[in-house]
Design a protein around this ligand. Sequence first.
Ligand SMILES: NC(=O)c1ccc[n+]([C@@H]2O[C@H](COP(=O)([O-])OP(=O)(O)OC[C@H]3O[C@@H](n4cnc5c(N)ncnc54)[C@H](O)[C@@H]3O)[C@@H](O)[C@H]2O)c1
Length: 308
Amino acid sequence: MKVTVVGAGAVGASCAEYIAIKNFASEVVLLDIKEGYAEGKAMDLMQTASLNGFDTKITGSTSDYSKTAKSDICVITSGIPRKPGMTREELIGINAGIVKTVSSDLIKHSPDTIIIVVSNPMDTMTYLVHKTTGLPKNRIIGMGGALDSARFKYRLAEALEAPISDIDGMVLGGHSDTGMVPLTRLATRNSVPVSEFISEERLSQVLEDTKVGGATLTKLLGTSAWYAPGAAVSGLVQAIACDQKKMFPCSVLLEGEYGLNDLCIGAPVILGRNGIEKIVEIDLNDAEKAHMKQSAEGVSKTNALLEL
Ligand SMILES: NC(=O)c1ccc[n+]([C@@H]2O[C@H](COP(=O)([O-])OP(=O)(O)OC[C@H]3O[C@@H](n4cnc5c(N)ncnc54)[C@H](O)[C@@H]3O)[C@@H](O)[C@H]2O)c1
């Protein structure tokens, strides 16, 4: 199992670290445009191998895509992150150019690869990878919902004063401050609806805190977060590499599912060795359907800014 991670910055390096620590991949290649940067991160990470007990070989490359050849999975984290006060959508100008070139370069050397898109605005970048590469839809996956769901569970556990392992919940829709659709109705503590434990008002607060989860961290850190994003990506990579058939909300090209067409947006999918093995259509109520539709309108508006 060979995994390439393009962008050896905060998210890319964190992702490589979590993949290595989980010890399921034989090789991780980090690639960056900054001279020596990926090589340096790879060497630093390799020097944690004896300490953390993993055998994954991590190597670095400055823009040499031949080193990424025959990757089973490629993760795209290259591009600029947002600064405090910025929306993810504002990154489109610079990141679209980067993601377009990177995805073309990747498939030249790994035509059978599965691509996981992380760079923001993620749903639009995932759509761009579809348009650029023409790969089948099961092989292009956008990571956003897995992270947003982890943040949702964190906020729910906090509100319920419960351990996170007791909590289950999922966030669908666009990966943006206004587009997220946290499914509060279906969130549970050990199968009991969370609404049994906290007031409607507290639940609305959880919902709002989840939606601005990324912005809250960007304000605190001065740039966007990396530990949870890296961990979320490593979870998707592991589900594919180990053919786990696990369900995650991921950005996926919809063709009629949820009444939506011609865009990539967060929906539950089953991940296995073929990438997206299935899109799961859950029964949403009218309010949730309306929320998904509104979220999709936002994503489509950003997609319209792409020069395809
Ligand atoms: N989808 C999500 O849930 C999620 C979460 C966090 C961050 N992000 C996004 O991920 C991206 C990376 O964030 P970060 O915090 O790691 O940023 P960062 O600045 O720390 O790292 C980005 C790296 O990309 C490299 N890069 C730029 N252009 C390149 C190119 N053409 N080829 C190869 N490498 C190139 C840079 O040199 C840099 O090292 C941002 O767009 C950010 O918004 C997405």
